[in-house]
Write a protein that binds this ligand. Sequence first.
Ligand code: IPE
Ligand code: IPE
Ligand code: MG
Length: 260
Amino acid sequence: MTQSGIDLMDVDGLTQLPRHVAIIMDGNGRWAQQRNLPRHAGHKAGVKTVRSSVEQSVKYGIEVLTLFAFSSENWKRPQKEVSLLMDLFMVALQREVKRLKRNDVRLRIIGDRSAFSEKLQQRIAAAEADTANNSGLVLQIAANYGGRWDITQAVHRLALKVESGQLKAGAIDESLISSELSFSDLPDPDLFIRTGGEQRISNFMLWQSAYSELYFSEAFWPDFDAQAFDQALEFFSNRQRRFGMTSEQLALAENKGSVE
Ligand code: IPE
Ligand code: IPE
Ligand code: MG
C-alpha cells in the first residue's frame, strides 16, 4: 500500500486505486432540460448513477465513496425544487437500504442535518443504524454540506474547548483541526470528480481535498455510467502524487520502501 492509494498489479490495467473517491454529482438539471423534462426528472435519473458508482466502488474495493447531494447553498433554489429534492432523498434512503446491506455498504450522512425535517432526520438515523455493522465500502452522502460549514463547525468546537480551559490556543495545529472535521476517521479523498462540465469546487471538501487529484467530466451526472467511472479511475492510476516532494525522491523511496 502506498501513502496515496492501493497498489494494484494489473486489475483492469490499473496500477493504483484511490482509497477515497469524492464526487460532485452535477448536471441533473441540464440533463433533464435537454430532454424537455422538468429538472426533477434529472435528479430522479441521477439515483441510477448513484447505484452504479456504488457498485463500481464495491467491485474495486474502494474504501470510501462520498457523493455531494445537496450543498449548504442549494437552499437558494426555488422552494419547489428543494422540496422535491428532500422527497427524493427520503424515498431513496428508504428504498436503497436493502441494496446497501446486500453490498455490505455502510451509509453515513455528512453535513448539518439539523436543518432537515424531523422525519427526514429520523430516516437518516435509521438508515445509518441499519447499515452500521457493514464492513465494506463506506458510502457518505454529503447533504446540507459545505466545506466552509465544516471548517466553521470544527473551529467552534475547538473554541469551546479553549473557552472551558481544556485546550491551550497554542496547541491548535493542523492535525487538531483535522480531527474536528467531518469524517476525520477516514482518509482524505484521493480522487475528486466533478461531472457536468463545470470546473469548480462549489464549496465541497475544502480542507480535505488539499492533495486530491481533480477530474472533470463533461458528462451530466445521469450519464456518468460505469464506463465513465472506470475512466476516472484510469486517470487516477496515471497520476504521480508527489505531496510536495520530487519525482526522484519518490523513486528512491519506492526502491528503499520509505521516504528519505
Ligand atoms: C446537481 O445537479 C444536483 C444538485 C445540486 C442537487 P444540478 O441540479 O445542479 O444540475 P445543473 O447543474 O443545473 O444541470
Ligand atoms: C454543487 O453543484 C452541489 C451539488 C452537486 C450537490 P451546484 O450545481 O449547486 O454548483 P454551482 O452552483 O453550479 O457552483
Ligand atoms: Mg449544478
